[in-house]
Design a protein around this ligand. Structure first.
Ligand SMILES: [Fe+2]
Length: 266
């Protein structure tokens, strides 16, 4: 087994294999939710095929409604959120800690071949004010490769470009991407694996030029007590963006004590 910590420190991301049963359950919930919405003659019971060939039988005008209703379903379900956490937990404990905060909303991406509407230019999530202390847990529901997936670069290139974006106005983000294009590559991962990455590693996606649709989920985790609004004041904190998980007794005792003191002062 590879050393996850070393791998992550070297690359800024790692690809790991959680318990397959959990990922199957996650995928099954999404499959049955979407299948109910599809008004088509789709009879094949193969889930891989259902997702990969989704663009062949789903109408693109229904895509937003399908995405939205599935997003609502998974985010109302405590069971789904817990499955997501359980899939990533052993790896988060190694990379982040064992007292965690989880993003309140799990995102679902559906990227059909040639779709120009769901593109994400090269970015770091920190550009939008997200915490550099968080990781993104990215779960592909199908095998991803080349433009069906997302692109990454090295921590060294990310550092260099982040530095130019934050401290230099000479080029905008798009120009910096074009200048450094050769230093980016598409990540390859199969269903059964998850990608955990630091949002400081520059990433994005392009038009999907394969003949398969990508379905993937993403959700952010961080150490409960690490800083939230580091770069600018944002809503990316508890209770707006994150919820606490597994609060340890001493953290509760400490915060309760601080609350008592605060009440006294007021
Ligand atoms: Fe991102």
């Amino acid at each position: 087994m590879k050393n996850i910590q070393k791998d992550f420190e070297k690359k800024g991301y790692t690809i790991v294999k959680p318990e397959k049963k959990i990922l199957n359950e996650i995928r099954e919930i999404i499959y049955s939710s979407i299948k109910k919405k599809i008004d088509s003659k789709y009879k094949n019971k193969d889930i891989d095929n259902f997702f990969n060939k989704f663009h062949e039988f789903a109408k693109s005008k229904d895509l937003n409604e399908i995405r939205f209703s599935t997003y609502n379903l998974i985010n109302k379900s405590k069971k789904f959120q817990n499955l997501y956490y359980q899939a990533a937990k052993p790896f988060l404990n190694i990379l982040v800690g064992n007292e965690l905060a989880m993003q309140k909303k799990i995102n679902l991406s559906i990227q059909m071949p040639k779709d120009k509407d769901s593109l994400l230019d090269m970015h770091s999530d920190a550009y939008a004010g997200e915490s550099p202390f968080q990781v993104v847990v990215w779960i592909p529901l199908v095998n991803v490769f080349s433009s069906k997936g997302m692109f990454f670069t090295t921590p060294q290139t990310s550092k260099k470009i982040n530095n130019e974006v934050l401290n230099n106005d000479k080029y905008n983000v798009k120009q910096l991407y074009i200048k450094n294009k050769k230093k980016f590559w598409f990540v390859k991962a199969n269903f059964g694996e998850i990608i955990i990455f630091s949002p400081l590693i520059l990433h994005g996606n392009k038009v999907n030029l394969t003949n398969e649709t990508r379905f993937s989920l993403n959700c952010r985790f961080k150490s409960l007590l690490s800083p939230y609004d580091v770069l600018k004041k944002s809503h990316r904190n508890i209770p707006n963006f994150y919820r606490p998980l597994d609060i340890k007794p001493l953290t509760k005792i400490g915060f309760n004590y601080l609350k008592t003191l605060q009440n006294k002062v007021i």
